[in-house]
Design a protein around this ligand. Sequence first.
Ligand code: BGC
Length: 354
Amino acid sequence: MKAKKILGTILCAAMAVTALTGCAGAGSGKTKVGVSMPTKSLQRWNQDGDNMKKELEAAGYEVDLQYANDDVSTQLSQVENMVNNGCKVIVIAAIEGSSLGSALDKAEAKNIPVIAYDRLLMDSATVDYYATFDNYKVGTIQGEFVKDTLKLDEATKTYNIEFTAGDPGDNNAGFFFNGAYDVLKPYIEKGTLKVVSGQDTFEKVATPAWKTETAQSRAETILSTYYADGTNVDVWLCSNDSTALGVENALGANYKGTYPIITGQDCDKANVKNMLAGKQSMSVFKDTRTLASQVVKMVTQIIKGETVDVNDTKTYNNGKKVVPSYLCSPVFASADNYKEILITSGYYTEADIT
Ligand code: BGC
């Protein structure tokens, strides 16, 4: 860290010299920033990448933006290339939090600061900062929605519930699941909620790589095993939109009972369409523009050797250190407020979601 601070000061001094073009970096004469994104296959990462590139370029940086096609070895070599190609700060949304250690070591050897983007980089001391949304709160918002919609405190009957969570390699996934489960656990213990499949731990309900198809086939199995006799599933607590989509597909094809409450996260276009069609009850909006702005601010603060804004120095222990973090606020979204948060805010046009 000390060496990196000095680096910031040197970069800053260079910036003063080359005031118009920014600090000298490779190629264009601008400071180069690496942005490593996990995949183009899920909508949000395309938005995250686009926003980061646009904002960094507007701030005068050259951007090396790479997508790794959900393949860990591709992400490893992309990050290594960023280290070797003169990036002065590297921003990473990891496919698998624990798998980038060797590339992070190379960044450390060159004193290149690393920011974990949205997903924490695990088991490495070479992570300087973390910017994300309040991941536990995302789950809390989902759990509270179920609790309020079913008025669980006053309920006199038992409601059936199933859970679908995210990728075990993504540190966020446990926070989402725990946030929701902690709200609902007292009702499961009281018998107001019943997990009919008995699959009620993160390990049992996780979805590797957050894949829609994997969530769908697990939901199909649960429906044919536990609900084929006409039992209703009243709630399907899904941690995000890609997995909710899988559950919605499975219900459409395999289920004749009363349609359940379904939760999600991200406000992906397909899921907003499903919310408007009554196939998904809510989502959690995480404005990727806010996260990108915060990370660009961090990048600039690092490069100028300034104090970096963080608002959480306790929650995110990556196994080697507690990483200073900035947590943005997630927002409840449904068919009732989508216009205000998604359309009026300019995030989507009506045409995007109809
Ligand atoms: C992100 C979620 C996203 C999921 C799947 C998580 O790390 O925080 O917004 O739905 O990955 O891409």
